[in-house]
Write a protein that binds this ligand. Structure first.
Ligand SMILES: [Zn+2]
Length: 467
């Protein structure tokens, strides 16, 4: 069956144009043609008034499966992704067991296979164990790992990796041709500030931003960029929260360092003060920053200095987020279904070109993780992954309308200024919002397919075509 997506504004890598998209029977794009010029489709999807984006790729989500499925699993998490316009998710390794062995990797892949409603790839963890076992990273890559996640700070699931082992792991990842995503915050600074604030008797939501000051991120970014430069590894700076960090990465790129920058939707919108006002559901690592940093991130987004935007969707139960010990509060924001419509609505309001958004949410992510051009672009031969968005459609976030199991989000009550109307994966509609309700999933669990990365050299993987 051939499907024509007609009458929409198609978001290409270098601009937008009025065009129809013909989807072939095999679920790939057959052609992009002038409006009204294609005949012979069996089905037509009316995209008038909608932006037709290449399917969004969330390069950074935590779906908690296996191990913490009371707060999310591969079905609910990918339903949220589909509802938020994501056609692919790349899932992080901090599940139980930690995905730093081949066995854990294969186990998770088997779980995802039966539950996912969008396509998915899996990260491995770069830990003391997976670096010390010389064959572990290679074994995970041979099973399709799209990259490795490392920490310069302790997290509940992964301890920080010492610089010497990070250096070894980066060199190995470079040989294997996959990127390393790094959580950049310096543990010594956090440890010092934590002790100082505890001595003052502090126990409030603001201990999250106050114990993890900007210098902790900036110091770690500098160090990781140095190690990337010395090893030749491709480094993807995860969830960068500060303009200073983006600027450091830009300088490094100009020197030829293979670095890409990811940020998250919440760093554009919420501030340190919001952490105090909202509390548990706004506590995250790195933490929310001052309003000036949000403004700086918008400026850098508009300039094209940010490569990708991920959700860092991290969910917890009401009980976990209900603790009154703010030092023990699990950090993480639920946002997989909101990130894309929020950023698109705000960006368009600010006059930012949709093609820049398409690159950050799709093409650049696909390039970093070796999925391009199968994913990330609307062109003949690519998978027919499309996100149909109504720009300017205003709606108010209610957590109860979202697919996630997580009961709260800092976006609660927020006005979002664009709406995902339909999400199409390989030619099949997986999410449909026809205006009659919050929208529904239209495929069975297990529809999503497992993606493995094509090997890419540092220069091939560098985003920015069309910048
Ligand atoms: Zn994360």
């Amino acid at each position: 069956m051939k499907t024509l997506v007609s009458g929409g504004t198609v978001v290409l890598e270098n601009g937008t144009c009025a065009a129809d998209v013909l989807i072939g029977a095999n679920g790939t794009i057959e052609c992009v043609a002038s409006p009204g010029s294609v005949a012979g489709a069996d089905e037509e999807i009316d995209a008038r008034g909608l932006l037709v984006f290449p399917g969004m790729i969330d390069g950074h989500s935590h779906l908690n499966d296996p191990g913490n499925t009371e707060s999310e699993d591969f079905y609910t998490g990918t339903c949220g992704a589909a509802g938020g316009g994501m056609t692919t998710v790349l899932e992080m390794p901090q599940t139980i067991p930690l995905v730093d062995t081949l066995e854990a990797f294969v186990e998770k892949r088997g779980i995802a296979e039966t539950k996912a409603v969008v396509d998915y790839g899996l990260w491995g963890a770069l830990t003391i164990e997976s670096v010390s076992d010389e064959s572990a990273m290679g074994a995970m890559v041979s099973e399709g790992a799209i990259g490795f996640k490392a920490f310069t700070t302790d997290s509940p699931e992964i301890l920080l990796i010492p610089d010497n082992l990070l250096r070894t792991g980066l060199a190995r990842a470079a040989e294997l041709g996959v990127p390393v995503g790094v959580h950049c915050e310096d543990q010594e600074i956090i440890t010092y500030e934590t002790a100082r604030l505890k001595k003052l008797g502090r126990n409030d939501p603001l201990v999250n931003p106050d114990s993890r000051p900007p210098v902790a991120e900036i110091e770690a970014v500098r160090r990781v960029l140095l190690l990337a430069e010395m090893t030749g590894a491709r480094v993807h700076l995860a969830h960068i929260s500060l303009p200073e960090s983006v600027e450091l990465a830009r300088e490094a790129k100009n020197r030829g360092v293979a670095v890409t920058v990811e940020t998250c939707g919440h760093y554009f919108e919420f501030t340190r003060e919001d952490t105090g006002r909202i509390g548990a559901y706004a506590m995250c690592n790195p933490p929310l920053r001052e309003a000036a940093a949000c403004a700086g991130m918008w400026r850098l987004l508009a300039s094209g200095a940010i490569d990708t935007i991920g959700s860092d969707h991290s969910t917890y139960t009401e009980e976990e987020k209900g603790t009154t010990d703010f030092w023990a509060m699990p950090a993480g924001i639920s946002g997989i279904q909101l990130l894309f419509p929020f950023v698109v609505g705000e960006a368009i309001r600010r006059g930012i070109d949709p093609s820049l958004l398409g690159r950050m949410f799709s093409a650049n992510v696909a390039r970093v993780f070796g999925l391009y051009p199968r994913k990330g672009v609307i062109q003949p031969g690519s998978d027919a992954d499309l996100t149909l968005v109504e720009p300017g459609a205003e709606w108010v976030v209610r957590s109860s309308d979202l697919f996630t199991k997580c009961p709260g989000t800092p976006y609660e009550g927020h006005v979002i200024r664009s709406r995902v109307r339909r999400t199409i994966v390989r030619g099949t509609t997986v999410f449909l919002d026809d205006g009659s309700g919050p929208g529904r999933i239209t495929v069975e669990p297990g529809f999503g397919q497992y993606l493995t990365a094509g090997k890419a050299t540092a220069s091939q993987a560098r985003p920015g075509a069309g910048r």
